[in-house]
Every structure is written in C-alpha cells, then in structure tokens.
Design a protein around this ligand. Sequence first.
Ligand code: PLP
Length: 419
Amino acid sequence: ENQPVLTGPALWSAQAHLPSVLGRQLTVDRAEGSYVFTTDGRRLFDGTAGLWHANVGHARPELAEAAYEQMRRLETYHIFGRYLNDRAVELGERLAWLSPIDDPKVILNSGGSDAIDVACKLARRHWQREGRTDKTVILSREFAYHGLHAYGTSIAGLDFNRAGYGTESLVPDTARVSTHDIAAVERTVRTIGPEKIAAIVAEPIQGTGGVNPPAPGYLEGLQRICRENDILLILDEVITGFGRTGHMFATERYGLRPDLITFAKGVTSGYAPLGGVLVAPHIWQPFYRDSSDTPVFRHGATYAGHATAAAVALRNLDILDEDKLLPRVTELEQLLARELNALTARAAVVETRVAGFLGGITLTDDLSAEAVTDELVEHGFITRPLRGNTVQISPPFVTTDDEIRQLVAAIDTVISAQE
Ligand code: PLP
C-alpha cells in the first residue's frame, strides 16, 4: 500500500504486469509486410504475426482500398430481425463454401472471444431446446486459451486467466480435461457424467498454452467421446483457421467433423475486427423450422456482420488464394521444422514443436523465454514468451525462407550468449 503508484500512458495495456512494462513499451506506428516499425526507430521482423493474426502481412493497400470503398458506399448496417447488409451476406456465403462443416450457417461477430461466447451459449441453448436441461457443462483442455470474455475466462485452461474473480469460473458449469491423455479425458467425462456435459471446446493446435500440437489420436479420441456421449465438439480455430496449417482449417488437416468451429484473426488477417462461428445443420435447423413456436437464438451485437469488416475479409480471402499462400505455408512449415530442429543441439533447448506455420521452442530452466524474447527485440526480431518457458514463432505467410533462417540464427545467437 505504501508503494508509489506508477502512471504511464492513459491507455491500459492488455495482459500486462504494468510495473514490468511501463517505461519500456514498444509503440508501433507503421508496418510493411512482415516488418513493423516503432516510434523509437526500430524495424522489427514480426515473428509472431502480432497475436497470430497478420497472416497476409501488414499494411497491404488492397485491404485498405477494400475498407475505403466499402465505407464510402455503406459503413455497415445491422443484421437484427429482418435487416441484413449485402457484404455480411456475401461473406456468409463465402465462409459456408470454405467451411469443412457441410451446409453450415455462419454467425458473425467481432473477434475470437466473441466467437467463443457464442459457441458456448449456442451449445447450451441446443441442449435446453432438446429438453436435455442438465446438459450445461462446458469442458475445455488444460492450458487452453479461448480469449478473455466471460466464457473464455471461465473455460481458461491457463489457470491464471480464470483466477481472481471470486468463484471457480465466471460462468457456472465448466471443467478442464487433460490436454494430451485421451484416457484421462474419458475418465473425467465419466466422473462428471456425460448427461451433464454440453460441449468440449478444443484448439486443434494449442497456441497460447505453448504451441502444443495434438498428441497422435487425441483429437480423433475427443471426437469419438463426443459422438458416443451426445456431447458437442467445438473446435476453436481462431489461430488455425484460414491457412495457418496449410489447410483452410485444421479440421481438414486432422480429418475431423466438429459441430461448431470458431474463427477470427486470419479471416481478415487483422485488418478489421471480425470473428464468428460455423454451425452444423443439426444445430441450426431447429431454429429455422417453419413454425410459430420455433425458438429464437437470443444473441446478437451491433457489429455482428459489420459490412466493412466483411468487405475486408472477402478481399483477404481473395489474397490467400491469389498469392497461393496455403501451399506456401506448407513449405514454410517444413523449413521452420528443419531450422528449429537444429536448435535442439543446444543444451538450453528442451524441445521444439512445429505444426503448421507455428513453432514453439521450450527452454530449460537455466534460461528464461522472457529474457530470450526481450533480447531478440534488440536483434530486430519479435517473438513471444508463452507458458512452459516456451518461445512462440508464427510469422506472416509472406515471410521468405531467408527471413526464417535469419530469425532462427538470431535465436541461436541469443540462446548461446545466455547459456
Ligand atoms: N481462441 C483462441 C484459440 C485464441 O488464440 C484467441 C486469441 O488469441 C482467442 C480465442 C480470442 O480471440 P480474440 O483475442 O480475437 O478475442
């Protein structure tokens, strides 16, 4: 209580221990492709694509023009009740066409945390409507990250994101299952009782939890447990959607059939805040029945289906195609895997993991991922420390082979200097 209170900018940083960051914040004021520029004159390679979002690279004029043209015609119009806007409708059609769920409906909103709130609400609404009123529990995986709105906070598998609000979770009826061990998941489901479980939420490849690819058979096991027990499978593709694994969705890479898919980030590559949910027919059809007692899914927001965000998404999806970025991601994945594998020769490197164009480097306790990522900034590279003393790598898809080699060489230099 007697400590002095620090001030700093009026803007409250997200997810920051403020005394640790105040005075050393990096303010980005410009970007180009895979690089960002800061107000203190740095040019930094964006080795994380921001928060895993800048997939087509930064500051592309085509996307600025798409937003400008849309705003000149119609900034947005809401989609409540009988109103729609043409851009949201068009994006819905495009996403339905790209969707690995056959004949889906598409719910749009403003980001990944929104999408998770909607998916969890819809899962619970589904079972209430079916008359299976005990099915309210949402299971998520240890170390999971599903954003930080009320549901994302409540189902956080990173415990620090759930802590400090007075109850075990903000929204009642949540529990965590093992991230790697499918037999343990099955035991947890039996202990809770499948008749109480509405859905299991899973990132196909865990991101913020440390870049954790699925153990062989794990996702297939989750799907089997869901099918056998009338539990909905929600795949959170907020990071993996729109090309990060070399497929449009990781659902395709792993051959899965989820009931709901959440997406955000890569749908616009971050050029506009947009997220949403792909919904399988057995979930949406009851809300579309031609009857006066057909229920309403009571969800919506002013910016759901925002026309400018949708216009930007449509252009971004064109770019993925025109620039052939999905096959490029497959090449980048292979290169990153080879390069990171060479780092395991270092005593300070416990393990490297690559799945899609996503990499994690886990360090021994002798080194701190935070110190390594801080030092990498001095060498001109942005990376990020994650749970488990892990360094995150997830650059834009427009990264060159040389840039990957330079990034890994810099990591090697920094690690060897700190070893
Ligand atoms: N789900 C996953 C898997 C994420 O990685 C994130 C963000 O990193 C979210 C949800 C939340 O998305 P947003 O930050 O857009 O709300």
